[in-house]
Design a protein around this ligand. Structure first.
Ligand code: 2IP
Ligand code: CA
Ligand code: CA
Length: 378
């Protein structure tokens, strides 16, 4: 299944290209950042375009994966639905067609006839990405496509993507918001147990080319299955003393922040945008853990980065479930998030929410300290 990993790295790069082009090309950029003013139809249209970029990215990933691995068709899920209603109230199913021209024609019907924007977007979707450098040679993954399912978040942290603030990233430091928080997330799980086994993260806006040719991305990947645990990122070395560092959503509850101060060093409670970006911070060692007390993330947010954390010896647990465990008990593997079953008593996207909140961690002893600090306090 190393072939699947190489394919996912390639389609994620293609997706990142589309995300970059939507910001680089003036006719597309205009649609992305237009102020929501004017009549309702206009408001709806702008909203539509943002969703369209997401839908298109998801569909291109689905299209390319299905072409190479037909056994996966029917098991490639994502945040977006490809049934689309345009500004005129017409329903259009957005797909990647066999030629660029056909895709452009279809997109024009969604974009209220804006042919320039439709052609630019279609070109990006049909363009081959640059070759991805990833040391996957010699990697064998003991899995069959018929055992697997996929979760896609075409763009995570959309609000940061739209806002588009440019930050220069400092080595070894977490930057709370900006374009670099926007990520393409593709996670692979086992259909039988829901375990995340492979993940690809592409960060389309990692750094700006000094030569002025625009943004360059960065990719991260991991495989965790049986005795195969391999990740593009190495496990960060042990940190100096001074307590744990935890990254939170800026909207996190006061009671959680207060409870965590007992295990976190001063200034070690940090805030960042994007659920995917926060888990990436844990993967990179920019924070020891990510705690979220609300059910505001979904399977497509956590599946890919969860696989990378597992490959590094960590994981992502359901916070509510873990809190129910007895204090002395060893960490129960059943508290790890799984990806194969919807929540029966919910409907729509809510069926796939991580309802109990979550804790993403690299080190199980650090997870235990965090659970100890939170137990009885929420
Ligand atoms: C969002 C996005 C948000 C996050 C939220 C996700 O996904 O990652 O940033 O909230 O949980 O569902 P927060 O930044 O407060 O953690 P999307 O951008 O794909 O809607
Ligand atoms: Ca998301
Ligand atoms: Ca998204």
């Amino acid at each position: 299944m190393a072939d699947l990993l190489r394919l996912l790295l390639r389609v994620a790069e293609k997706a990142a290209n589309v995300a970059r082009i939507c910001r680089q090309e003036a006719p597309l950029f205009q649609l992305l950042v237009q102020e929501k003013t004017g009549e309702d139809k206009n408001k709806k249209f702008v909203q539509d375009f943002k969703t369209l970029a997401d839908v298109m990215i998801q569909e291109l990933i689905r299209h390319d994966v299905r072409a190479q691995f037909p056994e996966l068709a029917g098991f490639i899920h994502g945040e977006e639905s490809n049934k689309f209603e345009n500004g005129l109230g017409e329903s259009v199913t957005v797909t990647v067609c066999s030629t660029e021209e056909e895709t452009a024609k279809l997109l024009a019907t969604v974009l209220d006839g804006d042919r320039t924007a439709a052609s630019l977007l279609a070109r990006a979707v049909h363009q081959d990405p640059a070759t991805i450098e990833a040391s996957t040679d010699g990697l064998t993954v003991p899995l069959k496509p018929s055992e697997l399912g996929i979760w896609i978040d075409p763009i995570d942290a959309t609000s940061q993507y739209i806002e588009g603030r440019e930050e220069v990233l400092e080595e070894g430091r977490l930057s709370p918001s900006g374009l670099h928080c926007a990520l393409v997330l593709i996670g692979v799980y086992l259909r039988s147990t829901g375990e995340p086994v492979m993940g690809v993260i592409n960060q389309p806006f990692n750094n700006k080319d000094p030569a002025g040719t625009g943004w360059r991305g960065k990719h991260y990947w991991g495989v965790s299955c049986g005795s195969t645990n391999i990740c593009s990122e190495s496990r960060p070395g042990e940190r100096s003393e001074g307590g744990l560092s935890v990254v939170l959503s800026s909207s996190e509850k006061q009671s959680v922040k207060e409870a965590l101060t007992s295990v976190c060093g001063p200034d070690k409670l940090m805030y960042a945008s994007g659920a995917g970006y926060k888990v990436l911070c844990v993967i990179q060692g920019l924070a020891d853990a990510y705690v979220l007390s609300e059910g505001s993330t979904f399977k497509w947010d956590s599946c890919a980065p969860h696989a990378l954390l597992r490959a590094l010896g960590g994981g992502v647990v359901d916070l509510a479930l873990s809190l129910q465990q007895s204090e002395s008990g060893a960490q129960d593997p059943r508290t790890e998030l799984t990806y194969h079953q919807p929540c029966a008593d919910r409907s729509g996207a809510d069926r796939w929410a991580n309802h109990g909140g979550l804790v993403a961690y690299r080190d199980v002893s650090q997870l235990r300290s965090i659970m100890g600090a939170l137990r009885g306090k929420l």
